[in-house]
Design a protein around this ligand. Sequence first.
Ligand code: PEP
Ligand code: MN
Length: 380
Amino acid sequence: MPFGTIRVQSLLRAVIPEAHSGPFEMIIVMQRGASEPQIEHLTKYLASRGILAERMDGHEQTVIGIVGSNGGYDIASLSAMSGVQEVVRVSTPYRLSARTSHVEDTVIKMPDGTCIGGNAPSIVIAGPCSVESEDQLRRTAECIRKAGVRFIRGGAFKPRTSPYSFQGLGFDGLELLKKVSEEFGLFIVSEVMEPAHVPAIAEFTDIVQIGSRNMQNYPLLRQIGNIRKPAMLKRGAGATIEEWLMAAEYILAGGNDKVVLCERGIRSFETSLRFTPDLGAVPVVKKLSHLPVIVDPSHGTGRREFVSSIARAAIAVGADGVMVEVHPDPDRALSDGAQSLTFELFEEMMGELVRVADAVNRPLLVEQFHAAAQHSVPVR
Ligand code: PEP
Ligand code: MN
């Protein structure tokens, strides 16, 4: 049943006893005593915009149901038109990312069959905030691979608050990621910031990351829509879930249906953590959308001492995975050292995640890599 249908049905019944409620996108309730010229002005306005509307006259009130449009209307403008009492949205403004348009969970299949989403085991993506050197990356890759992780993260193009901070190694960093990931059988997750870089970065990566600062960079989202590599869309720190799903819509509308959402904490009045991890977003997104959703407790908390507890909670609440920052020497990291786990803390967290995942009956993807055999085998 589309979102909000119950409310609309009862509203329609209250206004027009025998009204049928069709597959409306939204309904416009006219004021009692709205004049015929006001109603006509509105219906002509809708028609002039190519919006299909159905007029229903009750004994005392008229309701106009919008049955078809390309979404090109503005609710605030409609609400402000003379004679309009209320505009009620019936269906969600996002379509392709909505659960109603795609009942089954989207499952993203990596080239070797590893899956993200649906009933697939929850994944762990781990690695440094920034790629800094071959040695840093190789040591991190070895640590996470030993713990059974299949996805390495590492920023080569970094969105830094200050233009004077380390900006990343750029394509040299991506070359390092490629080299090390091939050695250890890891999938690469790395961020793209510029629309022009999308095709090239997609060549280097297995999952292209769109950072929270770029969640509403529409030219970038459109470019991501043009590629066929999976894309991980981080939630903007100030974005509502609806805005986040609308951003995903840009990618899906371009024809790229492999979108993974990543909750990474939102800005709130609370200042004790870097951001406020919004774990409630996981079940909400699962209800509203078919897209996989993972949680990033590193950026969400900003402090390594809290990363593991939020990661455990994320798995328990039904996330399709977690993404954490790990560094061989966090105190010397060129970015986000305070939230980066040491190897020791990372191994400890993995053990805890496996237990939580077992407790909620959704295993964690933990695979050992046999370099000689060049393939992965499940540990458990
Ligand atoms: C990151 O993943 O390194 C990053 C910059 O994250 P966010 O976009 O969530 O701040
Ligand atoms: Mn970071």
